[in-house]
Design a protein. Structure first.
Ligand SMILES: NC(=O)NCCC(=O)O
Length: 359
């Protein structure tokens, strides 16, 4: 019997024999073998001691005239640590401690670029409908506590870090992903373009729709972009990052089962195929409980299931639905160009025709 916390990949693996599994993997994941990468003993120890799951897969490209461009990407999903009634600084510091250990482990595996989940240093308090109580979590993109904390780690580990936070810019809030380069310098930011106003996800009353367009950040390791959470439902949002040259697009999210868990494995994967780049889908885990000022209670449970897709459509299995996790993918960036050459989606895109109709 399937237990409701188990993810799809586990259920399939448990129920098929080896031959069936190969067929399933070929059709569903795009390849028979997941191409798992062996992790260090010390990584397994850290994962056990610090209670997070870790797995790694590779996506190779065909041999060609150019040298392989191998990059290791890390995706992190995690729960909050303290209950949401604790002082804000304590809550944030507790998450910092947890994340530091995961980033250290990723660094020991040679991860070059890591991305955290949407508004990673805080509980996703928007479901309370309250704002002032939580203002302490809003911070400056370039020099807030999260950027300072991660800048030190980025420099120490020669790692690019994508840090999705709640940004406070002179009293206006934004849902923002900060990009920190491998020297620990603030490289830039992207503000969430599409804000949900669906059910208990009503973000429009908290912050403004993004005004940063579709930036692609030229890092030492790859050209990266960030499509924040609800932006994954918008095909054109994904497309614009491709037009601006992204090799990898991260999708840091905070989403719950009632809100389209069945879309989760489709949208970012489709974007990777349609746009010939890698996509990295990251979702929070755990249940977050809140007591409002009037004493009423509200809670949200996130389903994790972070995964990655290559430009040829092959994907990794997901991380767990309820545990902290680090997913590492070793990719050859040449695969982006190879997928473009095979499929010609760029060449056949007819953007001029759409531009006329949209006008
Ligand atoms: N954080 C966020 O945009 N959530 C909206 C729900 C969803 O798109 O899954």
């Amino acid at each position: 019997m399937a237990n409701s916390r188990e993810n799809f990949d586990e259920i399939i693996k448990r129920n098929l024999n080896l031959e069936q599994l190969k067929i399933f993997n070929r059709i569903y994941y795009g390849r028979e073998d997941h191409c798992e990468v062996k992790l260090k003993e010390s990584t397994m120890t850290s994962s056990k001691d610090n209670n997070f799951e870790v797995s790694a897969y590779s996506f190779t490209a065909a041999k060609e005239g150019r040298k392989p461009r191998i990059v290791k990407l890390g995706l992190v999903q995690h729960s909050i640590v303290l209950t949401t009634d604790k002082p804000i600084k304590e809550q944030r510091d507790a998450v910092f401690n947890k994340i530091e250990k995961i980033i250290e482990t990723a660094a020991s595996e040679g991860v070059n670029i890591i991305c955290l989940q949407e508004t990673w240093p805080m509980p996703f308090f928007l479901c309370t409908g309250e704002k002032e109580e939580w203002a302490g979590f809003a911070e400056s993109a370039s020099e807030g506590p999260s950027t300072k904390f991660l800048s030190n780690l980025a420099k120490k580990f020669n790692m690019v870090i994508v840090s999705p936070i709640l940004e406070d810019d002179n009293g206006t809030w934004w849902n923002t992903a900060v990009v920190i380069d491998e020297n620990g310098r603030y490289l830039g930011k992207h503000r969430k373009n599409h804000l949900p106003s669906v059910g208990s996800f009503s973000e429009t009353s908290f912050y403004a729709p993004g005004d940063t367009g579709h930036p692609v950040f030229e890092t030492k390791f790859a050209r990266i972009a960030v499509n924040i959470c609800y932006g994954r439902h918008h095909a054109l949002n994904w497309m614009m990052f491709a037009l601006n040259g992204a090799d990898v697009v991260f999708n840091p999210s905070a989403t719950v089962a009632e809100f389209g868990e069945s879309f989760w494995g489709i949208e970012a994967r489709n974007a990777a195929i349609a746009n010939s780049y890698f996509t990295c889908s990251i979702n929070r885990v755990g249940t977050e409980k809140f007591t409002r000022k009037d004493g009423s209670e509200v809670s949200r449970s996130f389903y994790g299931s972070s995964y990655a897709t290559a430009p040829n459509g092959c994907r990794t299995p997901s991380l767990s639905r309820d545990k902290d996790g680090l997913l590492i993918i070793e990719v050859d960036i040449n695969l982006c160009r190879q997928a473009k050459d095979i499929w010609g989606f760029n060449m056949t895109s007819r953007l001029d025709m759409y531009a006329k109709e949209l006008n």
